[in-house]
Ligand binder design. Structure first.
Ligand code: FE2
Length: 371
């Protein structure tokens, strides 16, 4: 399909994803994991040494992707309550804007639920303005205006230096899309939210005819910001014979939340080889997937025999093709995971892989006894 966004009312231009903040039970160890396994670099820190008495955060970076990993330093905090309810997961999707006060006022005027009024934070490197609204579940969008700032991350953070341990990057470039799981019957509510409050446009939809296996199904709609820099697919479970992967997420996350973060690479074979060598676990489709791959997607630049042992998937749309692979869930609860994606023209999300993939997911669910 073409990628025109003529219907977009771009009253809220967004430059890109500024950062993703995960509330996790042990930020120090999580930061080590994202460095060691995913090739992120140490960037910034706040904690007791910087006067932050309740929360500790480690910020790691790889190209344009910034992850903030936050844990409480005492009981009874909002972060601690969030972790108690949801386990580790994404709390903040921060969006880089030119004017965080304008973005907040526009969103509130159009019906958003308030999370954080515009606040100006300052240090010797300048000022940052941030504001925030609620999305699905307890997830929030924070608007970040940083045109008057040249510090390492945000005021309140200091540079996090780790001279003795800096694993190589694995080639992750930017956040391609971020998927939310919402409750049965709620998908269209959130589609409307992104249209009315954020000026996004629906660019794709999948129903249970597209995404179903013998047992389970889901429905999905993809929302895009005006210029296409931000894409948020939203899933809801569809009735099936057994519990769908979205149902399992909602049960274990105890609510709606971020299902997966898709990160782009220019060389998926190299990136995934490196990730696997460092212990990242991926979902695997049956070998037979590769026997019929050329028939399904036609000729591609990559050698299929290089994709097969890694489990990398391929799909084609009108504009080109894409390569993708999904990690297993990355925390104690079977909730959030990552996707690694390389686009070669394709602007879609891998619909042709959904069936093979969901069957692979269901084998994992079966092992957990949650299917
Ligand atoms: Fe995805």
């Amino acid at each position: 399909m073409s990628h025109t966004l003529k219907g977009a009312k771009d009253f809220m231009p967004i430059n890109g994803t500024d950062y993703l903040e995960l509330y996790v039970s042990n930020a120090k160890q999580a930061a080590h994991y994202y460095k060691s396994a995913f090739g992120f670099k140490s960037l910034a820190y706040r904690g007791l040494e910087t006067g932050s008495k309740e929360l500790e955060s480690y910020v790691v970076v790889q190209d344009k992707i910034r992850l903030v990993l936050t844990s409480p330093l005492k009981s009874g905090t909002e972060v601690g309550k969030h972790i108690d309810k949801h386990g580790d997961g994404v709390k903040v999707t921060a969006l880089w804007v030119d004017d965080a006060t304008y973005a907040y006022n526009e969103a509130i005027k159009r019906g958003a639920t308030h999370y954080m009024k515009p606040v100006t934070e300052e240090d010797e490197k300048g000022t940052v303005v941030r504001s925030g609204i609620y999305s699905y579940g307890e997830v929030v969008h924070i608007f970040v205006e940083r045109k008057n700032y040249n510090g390492v991350f945000l005021p309140g953070f200091i540079s996090w230096e780790t001279p003795n341990y800096n694993p190589d990057a694995v080639g992750l470039k930017y956040v391609d899309h971020m998927v939310g799981n919402v409750a049965l019957g709620q998908m269209n509510h959130w589609v409307k939210f992104y249209e009315e409050v954020m000026g996004f446009t629906q660019i794709m939809s999948f129903d249970d005819n597209d995404i179903s296996t013998e047992f389970t199904a889901l429905m999905s709609k993809v929302m895009s910001s005006g210029d296409g820099r931000i894409k948020f697919p939203i899933n809801e479970p569809a009735p099936g014979l057994k519990k769908s992967q979205v149902d399992e997420y909602l049960e274990f996350y105890e609510g709606e939340g971020v299902q997966h973060i898709a990160v782009a690479t220019d060389n998926i074979i190299k990136t995934v080889t490196e990730l696997q060598d460092r212990g990242v676990e991926f979902l695997k489709v049956p070998d037979s997937y590769y026997d019929v791959l050329t028939d399904r997607v036609g000729k591609i630049d990559e050698d299929i025999e290089a994709l097969r042992p890694l489990g990398i998937l391929v799909d084609r749309d009108d504009e080109g093709y894409l390569l993708q692979i999904f990690t297993k869930t990355v925390q104690a609860r079977p909730t959030m995971f990552f996707e690694i994606i390389q686009r070669k023209g394709a602007t879609s999300f891998g619909k042709g892989n959904f069936k093979a993939l969901f069957e692979a997911l269901e084998r994992e669910q079966e092992l957990r006894g949650t299917l």
